[in-house]
Design a protein around this ligand. Structure first.
Ligand code: PSV
Ligand code: MN
Length: 388
């Protein structure tokens, strides 16, 4: 059986990065629903993220999204984070909300538009210099809607040219992490549709380029844990964007749709050393809380990741290997299922108590009075939203 004190130590050491946009208003392409108390600027988003960290103890970093989190003074934003025990995490670029990008950004047929997109990515690296962020996170909406619309190979060439220029600008400690997504907003071809395309570009670029696995960006039925295991084997897994999906890129709370899949993914992470600090895998949430209360939803999501992680850490790897070696199909499966079926909530309550935290993070948040305070104080001004 796994050593319980090692399991607890791993749970204490876990770090989950939360997304600034998860605290702002969001919605679908049909409607963005405003909620009361929502942050009006990136500083207030950090204040909310600090509540999540205070309640859970494992959410010390916040991803930013440019331009949504553009501020005149990034040193001030970084200091604001630091004052609350937070650091600034991945800088997410945005090359999907300008008219210029109708036919693509870095893969656009027009060199002028490509230049504009690359300049934005370079600006994001400047911001990383100011915030101390390690990762430039790239997701491209680029693609085509109709057969024949553009030359798909030429688009790959343009993509690589753009990535190479930005890669060359990275500092020694900085990385480029390249996300893929099967479809949407493009419906015929997407320029980075899958892990293989991301991997191929990252491999050519070099060691500082890694793949991001967003759990909502695959075709239904895709075996995501296999992708994770393979990328870890190749040392090309840079980060996770965790969320849940029932149909497409639903961006629901991680662990809500398929907690068993989340467990299987985290089992591969555990087994293949993905939690080791020297592997530098970032565990991030990429979610939107359209109809539910945002801060408690982020807390719940962090807890869901913790629970799946605890179960993955409880897998008896010695017994699993022995069963696998003996060709004991049912025995090996039973080892995994035993861990999955363990109720780890008492263990996590214990870990929190040992850290001086309330064993019930959501209860602690509700009791803190923060929600009432932001509803009362955050009046006037423009609520933050994703700008869609
Ligand atoms: C857009 O689909 C997206 O959800 C990507 O997954 C990015 O990671 C995120 O937005 C931030 O741009
Ligand atoms: Mn994502």
């Amino acid at each position: 059986m796994p050593d319980l004190s090692a399991v607890k130590a791993a749970l204490r050491a876990q770090e989950i990065e939360t997304p600034s946009w998860g605290y702002g208003n969001s919605g679908t392409r049909f409607k963005v629903f405003a909620q009361t108390g929502v942050p009006r600027d990136p500083f207030e988003k950090l204040d909310d993220a600090a509540q999540v960290h205070a309640a859970t103890g494992v959410a010390p970093r916040v991803s930013l999204h440019i331009p949504w989190d553009r501020v005149p003074d990034y040193a001030a934003l970084t200091a604001h984070a630091k004052a609350q025990g937070l650091t600034l995490g991945a800088i997410n670029s945005n090359t999907f909300q300008e008219d210029d990008y109708k036919l693509g950004s870095v893969t656009h047929p027009d060199a002028r538009v490509r230049r504009r997109a690359v300049n934005h990515l370079l600006e994001c690296v400047d911001i990383m210099d100011a915030t101390g962020s390690r990762d430039l996170k790239l997701w491209f909406a680029d693609g085509t809607n109709y057969p024949g619309q553009d030359d798909v190979v030429a688009r790959q060439d343009r993509l690589f040219e753009a990535l190479s220029e930005v890669y060359a600008r990275l500092g020694d400690e900085q990385r480029m992490i390249l996300e893929y997504k099967l479809f949407e907003p493009a419906f015929y071809t997407t320029d980075v549709p899958d892990w293989g395309t991301s991997y191929a570009h990252c491999l050519k670029l070099g060691e500082k380029a890694k793949v991001v696995v967003d759990t909502g960006h695959h075709a239904p039925g895709t075996n995501i844990e296999f992708i994770v295991a393979l990328l870890l084997r190749e040392d090309k897994l840079g980060a996770f964007d965790f969320n849940s999906r029932f149909y497409a890129d639903d961006d629901l709370m991680v662990g809500a749709a398929d907690p068993f899949q989340l467990f299987r993914i985290l089992h591969e992470v555990t087994k293949n050393g993905g939690f080791q600090p020297n592997r530098h895998v970032a565990f991030m949430l990429d979610q939107c809380h359209n109809i539910e209360a945002k801060i408690p939803a982020v807390i719940r999501s962090v807890m869901n990741v913790q629970e799946a992680t605890a179960k993955a850490l409880l897998v008896d790897l010695d017994a699993l290997r022995a069963a696998q070696q003996a060709g004991d199909v049912l025995g090996a499966n039973a080892v995994l299922m035993d861990a999955y079926n363990t109720d780890v909530r008492p263990l996590l309550r214990e870990v929190r108590e040992e850290q001086g935290l309330d064993p019930d993070p959501i209860g602690a948040y509700r009791a803190s009075g923060w929600q009432e305070r932001i509803v009362a104080e955050r009046v006037g001004g423009h609520q933050a939203g994703w700008g869609a």
